[in-house]
Design a protein around this ligand. Structure first.
Ligand code: FAD
Length: 572
């Protein structure tokens, strides 16, 4: 049996590890080799198929599955959810703009297309044993499969794409009294509860004060999801429910609580300002500097940063949308592999879990190890400082910036956000006069050290998860090509090697729907677009991104139905 390993890091000189031992021996691999291929001795026939186990059926896992073209793997998908959900449209499900079934795609539609070597198991993984290469699974109560069945699965490669759970920051009462907006079931429950609130507030036995409380909707968290939900709820209340419940329509109040200074603080300042003004005009009450410290059945307690006082807010329904946390079994796994005190599994830039050769993690449950990124940036500096004087010529500095920004788009995004665009532009477009100037590397480092301390991991978005799934599938597909062409696939033979570039995220912009047929968008190239035309852009982009023609037709017809007949307020 012959094993081959290959590995390509752009910063290193090209390296191909080919080690051979005949007679069934095993060859040691380089520790840094992110992808490996096993070869069969032609005399002994075919090597058994490598078993790839995929955990999850969300953005990352589905993108991996859809892009995996290779039939030389045996694939087993494990997830408690037997469908893929198009999460960007979840807020639209909370008010019936779009029906829940329109945004989901049965995972078996995708798995079955992969052929007989791809299987799906409706269960959740509760333990990963990296040493024995085994995962332990159980059916869940929610899945209605009757009883709690347990089983174990061996793997050669494990792909962890289990996403994240809502983060409560251990705030008392949140789990019991608020709604999360993570899953399709959450959105359906919110829709029912909103209608319940209106029906209950219409009962004749209630006092005015009680009606007001019941119709007070509180959204905790001023991020994109919280803001979009508040906007959708406002539209539902004004456009549809106000006509159906005229006697209580004036009692409806929507409050958005945000611990920071502004809502949508990850967006361009122009978008934040536009959203805040729009919400003010529409009587959506934004309370910034308000940290929720406790949630009781009918009251939310907040600590006001300005005064330090704790304030009680009576409410009828609350939605908690303050970011994401780690799933308990992932925390256990991280402990097992020595990754403690982290929010997500640390991987290298090839998405391989640090310290585990055959496990990959992607999507919301993973993060590319920043230490490595900063080490890489430091190495680029040192390499550019050929004279060793600590000063770079403008030409060198331009190259350094371009290199860093190309490898790490989040650096460029961060510099832009910090209004350091001119700094980058200066380096990128300086005229010939400037070539004589020297840029002090220390100043440059100082500027980027701020990036170091502030630069967060890639955002936890569907865009990142889907790109990671596609990238990893491509690597797995090419492992097979390498197996078939030991000297490297045809188009790479010239250099005699097979290439795996590290994962690079391409940012295509982001939307913030603000209700009333208006959307804000941050587009590539530092463009900001706000208004009705952007809403149409939002419709077209999301319609095109839906995973199948079935869901596309369903969602577009839901939008049409809403335009013609309004939203349905029946509680079913
Ligand atoms: P997920 O898509 O969450 O999938 C995780 C999968 O793992 C699920 O199938 C789950 O059932 C499964 N799983 C869970 N536990 C286990 C277990 N123990 N064993 C096996 N499987 C398990 N991003 C954008 O880019 N644009 C948007 O407009 C946008 N809007 C959003 C709106 C809402 C309301 C929400 C909640 C998110 C939104 N996001 C958006 C973020 C985006 O949905 C996530 O970043 C994305 O879903 C992450 O993909 P993932 O594959 O890592 O996880």
């Amino acid at each position: 049996r012959i094993y081959r390993a290959f590995h390509d890091r752009p910063s290193l000189s090209k390296l191909l590890l080919v080690s051979t031992v005949s007679g069934g021996g095993i060859v040691a691999f380089s520790d840094t080799t992110p992808f490996r291929v096993a070869y069969a001795d032609s005399a002994q026939g075919q090597c058994p198929k490598k078993k790839v186990v995929v955990l999850g059926t969300g953005w990352a896992a589905t993108s991996f599955l859809k892009n995996l073209k290779n039939s030389s793997y045996e694939v087993e998908v494990v997830s408690p959810r037997n469908y893929f959900a198009f999460t960007p449209l979840l807020p639209s499900v909370t008010n019936g703009t779009v029906e829940a079934r329109s945004i989901v795609e049965p995972i078996r539609n995708i798995v079955n297309k992969k052929g007989p070597h791809c299987e799906y198991r409706e269960a959740e993984c509760y333990k990963i044993d990296a040493e024995k290469k085994k995962i332990y699974c159980q059916t869940t109560q929610a899945s209605n499969l009757g009883g709690k069945e347990e089983f174990a699965i061996d793997y050669d490669y494990l792909i962890i794409a289990v996403g994240a759970r809502a983060n409560t920051f251990n705030t008392p009462g949140v789990e019991e009294n608020t709604h999360f907006l993570k899953e399709v079931e959450d959105a359906q429950k919110i829709r029912q509860t909103v209608i319940d609130c209106f029906e209950r507030a219409s009962l004749p036995s209630l006092s005015e004060e009680e009606r007001k409380r019941i119709l007070h909707f509180v959204v905790v968290g001023g991020g994109p999801t919280g803001v979009e939900f508040a906007a959708e709820l406002h539209d539902f209340a004004i456009e549809d429910l106000a006509q159906l419940y005229p006697e209580v329509k004036n009692l409806v109040k929507i409050t958005l609580l945000e611990a920071g200074d502004h809502i949508l603080n990850m967006f361009d300042k122009r978008i934040t300002a536009f959203a805040e003004q729009k919400f003010q005009r529409e009587d959506i009450n934004i309370k910034t500097g308000s940290m929720v410290v406790k949630v009781a059945e009918k009251e939310i307690s907040t600590k006001e940063r300005g005064t330090g006082h704790v304030v009680s807010i009576p409410y009828g329904m609350a939605v908690w949308s303050t970011g994401i946390g780690t799933r308990p079994f992932i925390m256990e796994f991280m402990k097992q592999i020595g990754q403690t005190n982290r929010r997500a599994i640390a991987t290298d830039e090839w998405l391989r879990v640090d310290g585990c050769d055959t496990i990959y993690a992607l999507g919301d449950c993973a993060t590319i190890n920043q230490r490595r990124v900063m080490e890489d940036i430091a190495a680029i500096f040192s390499k550019a400082d050929k004279s060793g004087t600590g000063k770079l010529t403008i030409q060198d500095a331009k190259e350094v910036v371009a290199d860093i920004c190309e490898r790490y788009p989040q650096v460029e995004l961060y510099l832009k956000k910090k209004n350091m665009k001119n700094f980058v532009d200066l380096l990128k477009h300086s005229d010939s006069e400037m070539q004589t100037l020297k840029l002090d590397i220390e100043l440059f480092k100082l500027a980027l050290s701020e990036v170091d301390s502030q630069m967060k991991n890639l955002p936890a978005t569907a865009q990142v998860a889907a790109q990671q799934g596609e990238y990893l599938a491509d690597c797995f597909n090419r492992m097979d090509m390498c197996e078939k062409n030991p000297e490297g696939p045809l188009r790479f033979r010239a250099s005699g090697r097979h290439r795996f570039h590290p994962f690079r995220y391409k940012h295509f912009g982001q939307f913030a729907p603000l209700g009333g047929e208006q959307t804000a968008a941050e587009l590539p190239g530092d463009w900001v677009s706000i208004g009705r035309s952007t809403q149409w852009l939002w419709y077209s982009v999301y319609a095109s991104k839906l995973v199948s023609w079935r869901t596309r037709v369903l969602v577009i017809s839901d939008w049409g139905r809403r335009f013609i007949f309004g939203r349905d307020s029946s509680r079913i």
